[in-house]
Design a protein around this ligand. Structure first.
Ligand SMILES: Nc1ncnc2c1ncn2[C@@H]1O[C@H](COP(=O)(O)OP(=O)(O)OP(=O)(O)O)[C@@H](O)[C@H]1O
Ligand SMILES: [Mg+2]
Length: 269
């Protein structure tokens, strides 16, 4: 144990995540014994206002498929976000390790993701960094969206266009990169599409060419035809229309080609 911070004992022997901000460690509440994930952010690495923004948005959320914030602790040079611990790790790793997901499991994951994103949008929050790495799994194998570092809160019903180019390039809707203003909810829908689309698999192929996912190429599917994730944000279908569709079908499509010579056309942007 590294010691205590507020009411929490932090275990620094095992890092469960890391990033430019610092690291994510396991913690235990001194009184209740509850385990948590402690996101340790060093102020030198991230603006205090941004940390407070992230914590503030998480605090607003109460949904079974959104990581819960238990406590935010701000010290002089560092801050801690004590969160619900998602023991199953990232969906990203799950997909890499297991390859094609079982049909029922994949459907269930995607429905949970849609549920959570629908909830966030209902709260006025556009996540803006939805990707396999930011969807975690609980010990009971339920999806939990994390990482509100880039999220935007719409203050009123009028959704003013956003201009900040942010998120992960591979998951970013084309209108973000076009720099002409975009709608935060609509770009989340695009990213959900990438999470379950063949392009995810293509991206995985570039990162881990030996993933079992790539060893089992499947015939094409019609998932993308008429899917809600069309290029133009104005014609992109609303979130709800994704519920009835099958996530896994995407992985049967063109993506699981071996990535021998760099990226495929669809992954480049
Ligand atoms: N509540 C949690 N439970 C379990 N693991 C977590 C939790 N929160 C974060 N992690 C792990 O830590 C990783 C990084 O956390 P997070 O996504 O919040 O930071 P980040 O902002 O993406 O960092 P970066 O600066 O790299 O973008 C996650 O992808 C995940 O693997
Ligand atoms: Mg992240």
């Amino acid at each position: 144990m590294a010691g205590t911070v507020g009411s929490w004992a932090i275990d620094d022997t095992e890092e469960i995540g890391s990033g430019g901000f610092g690291s994510v460690l396991k913690a235990r509440h001194l009184q209740s014994g509850e385990v948590a994930a402690a996101k340790h952010i060093i102020h030198e690495h991230m603006r205090l206002a941004a940390i407070q923004h992230e914590a503030g948005l998480m605090k607003r959320c109460e949904h079974p498929h959104v990581v819960r914030l238990y406590e935010y602790l701000q010290l002089e040079k560092e801050s801690y976000l004590f969160m619900e611990l998602a023991e199953g790790g990232e969906l990203f790793s799950r997909v890499l390790d297991d390859g094609n997901l079982d049909e029922g499991v994949a459907r269930s994951y995607f429905a949970q993701l849609m549920d959570a994103v629908d909830y966030l949008h209902g709260q006025g929050i556009a996540h803006r960094d939805l990707k396999l790495e930011n969807v975690l799994l609980s010990s009971s194998n339920e999806c939990k969206i994390c990482d509100f570092g880039l999220a935007h809160l719409y203050k009123d019903l009028k959704r003013e266009p956003l201009y900040e180019v942010c998120g992960s390039k591979s998951y970013a809707a084309p209108e973000i990169l076009a720099s002409r203003g975009y709608d935060g909810y609509s770009v989340d829908v695009w990213s959900c599409g990438i999470v379950r689309s063949p392009r995810s698999a293509t991206l995985l192929a570039m990162k881990r060419p030996h993933s079992p996912l790539l060893a089992r190429p499947q015939p094409g599917s019609s998932w993308l035809r008429g899917a809600p994730f069309t290029r133009g944000s104005l014609v992109r279908r609303p979130l709800g229309s994704a519920y009835s569709r099958c996530w896994r079908a995407s992985f049967r499509s063109t993506a699981p080609r071996r990535a021998t010579g760099g990226s495929s056309g669809s992954a480049r942007r």
